[in-house]
Design a binder for this molecule. Structure first.
Ligand code: FAD
Ligand code: DLZ
Length: 533
């Protein structure tokens, strides 16, 4: 540790007292800098609730650090002399404090990491970028795992992390003698299912002030702000964690893939916003979930499924992101060029599934995994939307969105834009899937069983058109080949009619009319979205 005073920069998603930059610092000598800046608030069209969450949580964390004895310089975005970006904020703070170097835990997003490469030269002091060891698998360790492999199967990666952490292991064997209990995790949810309702956070004075600030300065950003329900402190996030573990974890697995009208959460944890800004620790959360199984309070299929999402998927997508960036964001394996339909910004559609998921997204800034993957994700892929536009939408609309986790999920998993690096086949499905896994179709004017004709669900024509559009590619894909063979058995007249119906639907959907910063989503009527079909 150098003995000269340092500036410790803490970013808005680094709100962890044990983060590497603080572990390498000395409260008696160093100054912590936290800065709300226009560049970070504006690089994406962040949902208004994400802005409130991040700014309010930053302000609370600054107080937490002061309480623990740190000297904290905090720059608010409405300060008259607010710095425009983090580099400028660091330059100001170096001048004010006389610190002789900067230490920062590496940012989660490539964009900011790339900018920081110039900081030593432009700030004129050494800048130490420290590894972010809140993740279980380091970037180097992922590289070691990935190098030499032809494809990156998440399940293989996950087993490596189970062994590394000892989570759900009995010696060197997986607990219950199986690595994965997904076969038990596909139950359908019925509308009369008992659903535990997590208590919402009550905004305190700090949050109320930030809400007013965001309403005033970020009115053009996407999303609604009339039901802000997120926790902004570590204690709040821990209460949400404990509530989930006690009330929803036991049924998490069974209903993981289900969707119900008017039920935005089911048994999902809603913990991603807190994990992603550092209010909760992923490994600690998994150990707590494991303890529930060992104590007999939660079944193994639920606990294993939950742990897999975190030490498996979450760590895996981060590894992919850092391995493949910066080229990854430009991939477009299916040459998809359509504009994102305006309905993504408004929820204005008579397809009940999309109205429900987009409406919920604009209202609360959250949708659960299968909604993101199989409703908004699949529809965009079937429509042939440019994956860059799809990525920008997902990065904007969710309170938990950070590019390291959002981009591989969007471009790789949901759009097949990386041509199969992450998924062995595209997540494409017809309306039958939506109808099986949800009750959305029951509230819709379209018939999920019809491919053509009056009232046919457009999803079906789009699905078969997608299969036909990329037929040459599917001939080389074992998992898609049987679906292509089905299509090839259709009567040629029906094939032509399906493709014409898909083209007509695409041509009739407004797209490109809304800019994400037009504030158009605020024009959406509030209230339940399920009736909008
Ligand atoms: P739960 O269902 O309760 O799962 C528990 C935890 O597991 C989550 O909190 C999350 O940390 C982790 N997790 C689950 N699935 C994934 C996954 N596929 N990748 C990484 N972590 C996972 N997650 C984000 O955190 N930020 C994003 O910006 C994001 N964008 C996505 C975009 C698309 C197109 C898709 C298909 C998925 C995306 N996900 C993203 C993954 C997943 O949808 C969310 O993590 C999950 O819905 C968060 O809700 P939850 O906390 O209730 O999750
Ligand atoms: C998301 C976000 C926002 C909206 N605002 C800020 C900010 O004003 N200051 C800051 O330090 N961090 C912010 N963040 C989080 C950063 O965007 C995040 O640290 C990077 O994207 C790297 O993951």
């Amino acid at each position: 540790m150098p003995d000269r005073p340092r500036l410790i920069l803490i970013l808005g998603d680094q709100l962890s007292p044990g983060i590497s930059s603080l572990r390498h610092a000395d409260p008696a000598r160093d100054t912590v800098l936290m800065a709300e800046v226009a560049a970070e608030a504006g690089y994406a069209d962040h949902h208004k609730q994400k802005l409130v969450l991040v700014f309010s949580a930053m302000r609370h964390f600054a107080e937490e650090l002061r309480g623990a004895g740190w000297r904290v310089t905090y720059r608010r975005i409405d300060d008259p002399d607010a710095a425009p970006d983090l580099r400028a904020a660091a330059a100001d703070a170096l001048r004010e404090t006389g610190a002789e170097s900067v230490a920062v835990t590496e940012p989660g997003e490539w964009r900011l990491w790339d900018q920081m490469q110039d900081w030593p030269a432009t700030l004129g002091v050494p800048v130490d970028l420290l590894a972010d060891d809140r993740f279980i698998v380091s970037r180097e360790e992922f590289e070691t795992w990935a190098s030499g492999r032809r494809n990156f199967i998440m399940e293989h990666f996950y087993r490596m992390v189970r062994r590394k952490t000892g989570l759900l292991m009995d010696g060197d064997q997986p607990a219950g003698d199986r690595w994965n209990f997904d076969a038990e995790n596909r139950a359908l949810a019925k509308p009369d299912l008992f659903l535990p309702q997590a208590p919402d956070a009550t905004p305190d004075a700090v949050t109320e002030e930030v809400v007013a600030l965001v309403r005033d300065r970020f009115a053009g950003h996407v999303g609604r702000l009339d039901q802000f329900r997120w926790h902004v402190t570590r204690a709040g996030a821990e209460a949400a964690r404990d509530w989930f573990i006690a009330n929803a974890l036991p049924d998490f697995g069974r209903f993981q893939d289900a969707m119900l009208l008017g039920q935005p959460h089911l048994y999902h944890s809603l913990l991603s916003p807190y994990l992603n800004i550092g209010l909760l620790d992923p490994l600690d959360l998994c150990r707590r979930a494991e303890a529930e199984w060992r104590a007999g309070r939660a079944p193994l299929n639920s606990v294993e499924g939950f742990v897999r999402q975190i030490i498996g998927w979450r760590e895996y997508v981060r590894g992919i992101y850092w391995r493949e960036m910066p080229a990854y964001v430009d991939l477009n394996a299916l040459d998809a060029t359509a504009d994102l339909p305006d309905l993504y910004w408004t929820g204005d559609t008579d397809m009940a599934c999309l109205a429900e998921v987009v409406g919920q997204t604009l209202d609360i800034g959250h949708a659960h995994h299968i909604q993101r993957l199989m409703i908004t994700g699949t529809f965009a892929m079937l429509m042939g939307v440019d994956p860059r536009q799809v990525h920008e939408w997902y990065l904007a609309v969710y309170v938990d969105a950070y590019e390291w986790v959002e981009l591989p999920n969007t471009l790789g998993m949901s759009q097949y834009g990386d041509g199969g690096l992450m998924a062995t086949k595209p997540y494409a499905a017809s309306a039958a899937y939506v109808n099986r896994m949800s009750n959305y179709c029951g509230a819709c004017r379209y018939d999920p069983k019809k491919r053509l004709g009056n009232g046919a669900c457009p999803w079906n024509a789009l699905y078969w058109d997608f299969v036909a559009r990329h037929a040459d590619r599917w001939r080389g894909n074992n998992r898609m080949l049987p679906i292509l063979r089905n299509w090839e058995r259709f009567d040629p007249d029906e094939q032509a009619a399906i493709r014409a119906a898909a083209a007509a639907f695409r041509a009739g959907l407004p797209a490109g009319g809304y800019s994400s910063s037009s504030g158009a989503s605020d024009a959406r009527p509030s209230g339940p979205t399920s009736g909008s079909a």
